[in-house]
Design a protein around this ligand. Sequence first.
Ligand SMILES: [Zn+2]
Length: 377
Amino acid sequence: MRFLQADYLFPIYMPPIKNGILQINFDGKVVDIHKENSLSGVPIEKFSGVLCPGFINSHCHLELSHLLNCISPNSGLVKFIKEISNRPKVSKSIIKNKIIAAENQMIANGIVGVGDICNTDDTLFLKRENNISYYNFIETFQIDEQKFENTINNSIEIRNRFSSYGLKATIVPHSPYSVPPDLMKMIYEQIDDKSDVISIHNQESKEENMLFHSKDGELIRWLVSISASNKIWKKIHKSTDVLHNIFNQKHLLVHNTFMSKDDVIDAYYCTCPKANIYIEGVTPDYSFFNVNKLCVGTDSLASNSNLSIIEELFCVQENSDFDLNTLLKIGSQNGADCLGFTDLGTFEKGKIPGVNLLRNIDIKMKITPETIVRKII
Ligand SMILES: [Zn+2]
């Protein structure tokens, strides 16, 4: 049995405890939490800093880890997508090595659960090891009606490969602008009793709003230039219309960079502020999100310098008025709730959430650029 004490213990499901003690067994299972001085005769390990549960990275594309520094920053979403689509081919072995390095980086940064977007099964070899808990979102998009059948069959095949190893996997739409209604129906038909969550990129650019609101802008011009079906935007007036009408599952809307208060629906929201700054140069307006349903993600290394939840939380803090407990809840409990990781997210008794020590939190309980994470368990 271990007794871990820090300047502050953040159980997340209850307020932080000054000098609190976390009692945890050697399997990493939470046995109890204690106030200062409520224990005697046990060996207490003392840490300077803050103890909190392992982090959940609610949105990542692990398979794109070889694209670090390959895509030009600050050029907007349409150019980003074009560059991603035209990326140079690299060998499978480089892709594999970069995936391993990226997972190692996440582990070192205290991440224990990931909502990961998959267009391929490139990450399957590693996920089978269960070093981290993954919810695999098999991402589907296609603007050419002739190819819908092939596209959905390819997604089904990838989904089945993940599920055959007992890994959570659900077929999901990429975004409101890349999945016409008939393909959306095909995705819906693939929902099974293991499909808890539908993840989708949402309102990541101004152009996405313009496409649905005014049928104008760079995105619609690009879609027309690649002969996309106008059914994508014809009867849709805002991004969330595409989901709202069909899926009953939990929704995880990712990015929401250009969302306004009027667009909010009852859903989980994932923010990836460093990627938003990389691609669009802005972060979302955090004033209207439900802090019990706001999650955080790193997006991929194609649009980020690293995979670190504490750096994302620092960025959220600098653009919101959230206190440390709220930020850590966004970084752990909310993602675990959304993705169905019932053992993760808080220091409640019986969970196996991982334990992170945060050093260099300042005197006002703010994350700073110097804050570092040390994985204790
Ligand atoms: Zn993404």
